[in-house]
Design a binder for this molecule. Structure first.
Ligand code: FDA
Length: 312
């Protein structure tokens, strides 16, 4: 099921089909703040009332032209300005393929640096999301250089990749901030763990490394058992609660987000917004079969509604 939805995430044909059906958009809205920045700002404000910080993701990936990548960069700069104006405790999460990585890595790097420089002048941090393994080396190299130049750029490490321990070992001494995730893409067995229990074990191993020697690491998971392990480990090593943060995705385990914030942990919510929701939504479906049931239920409800309407 996971492989199937990750396959569909890359299929333009199915994307066009999905975009034409309201129930897809309706179901996706569980995971997406809305189409506009105003929608996202409302979610940020709501989270902040519960002591939850945010990171904004302007949806979009694999940009097809330099003009689109430049437009997205401008939009991200405007978004950064708006976040500052709203005095929101929020940073930006960006994807390098959104800034033109697949078109021209140097051009992409310049776009990232332009955004990060603007953010730095406002005292803000930029997180570079990690995409599939065809981007890993270039993403880490670009982040490394941008961090060396500006200091306010961090990235993401995926626990399912065998290489990740080496990447953490290399990046920790430099002080680059890392968000640890399990990994959301479809990767071959030659480079990534296939079994959940292996990925989970690697996640815990890397998490302990980051908690002990990372720079304000982000433990990004909804896995309650791993979160319990993180809390216990931090307590046993006397790592203060403000030395790291938990991160979760909008629309998933809100109960756990609120509980952690009430317990005094730093919690950050990843808030996607915009019209390019299709691949992001497909990855969320792939993560949990129950989400597919939810989608199918919406489909039937819409059908029934239409039939009722047609008969009246
Ligand atoms: P796991 O999949 O084991 O789920 C644990 C529990 O969480 C489930 O039992 C369920 O209760 C809940 N849950 C998880 N996913 C759900 C879903 N889709 N719908 C409903 N419930 C769900 N990946 C990546 O490759 N690059 C990146 O840059 C990022 N960035 C990122 C930022 C943040 C803040 C988070 C939280 C995650 C990412 N990810 C990511 C995604 C990550 O790799 C992973 O796919 C998801 O977080 C799901 O894995 P869990 O750690 O939650 O564990």
């Amino acid at each position: 099921m996971r492989a199937f939805f990750l396959y569909l995430a890359r299929k333009e044909g199915f994307k066009n089909f999905a975009l034409n059906f309201k129930f897809f958009r309706k179901t996706a809205s569980r995971f997406i703040a809305g189409d506009t920045l105003d929608d996202a700002i409302r979610v940020i404000q709501h989270a902040s009332q519960r002591n939850i910080r945010s990171t904004l993701d302007l949806l979009g990936e694999n940009t097809q032209s330099r003009a689109d990548a430049s437009r997205t960069s401008e939009e991200l700069i405007r978004t950064q300005g708006r976040i500052h104006h709203e005095e929101a405790d929020c940073n930006l999460s960006v994807k390098l393929t959104q800034l033109g990585l697949k078109l021209d890595p140097e051009f992409c790097e310049q776009n990232l640096i332009r955004i990060a420089k603007y953010a730095k002048d406002l005292g803000a941090f930029i997180r570079v999301d990690m995409e599939d393994s065809s981007c890993t080396d270039q993403t880490l190299e670009i982040v490394d250089r941008a961090y060396g130049l500006l200091g306010n750029v961090g990235t993401v490490i995926q626990a399912y990749l065998y290489r990740s321990e080496q990447d953490v070992t290399r990046m920790n001494p430099k002080g680059i901030r890392i968000r640890l995730v399990k990994g959301a893409y479809r990767e071959p067995e030659s480079i990534a763990y296939r079994r959940k229990k292996d990925t989970d074990a690697n996640f815990v191993k890397l998490m302990k490394m980051l908690l002990q020697s990372g720079t304000y690491p982000a433990i990004a998971t909804h896995d309650a058992s791993i979160i319990r392990t993180a809390k216990k480990f931090a307590q046993s090593k006397r790592i203060p609660k403000d030395a790291f943060e938990f991160q979760m995705l909008y629309g998933i385990r809100r109960d756990l987000q609120h509980q952690l914030a009430r317990e005094g942990y730093n919690v950050r919510l990843y808030i996607p917004y915009g019209s390019q929701w299709y691949p992001y939504f497909m990855r969320r479906l792939a993560e949990r079969p129950a989400n597919v049931t939810f989608l199918v239920r919406n489909l039937f409800m819409e059908r029934r509604f239409k039939e009722k309407h047609d008969n009246t």
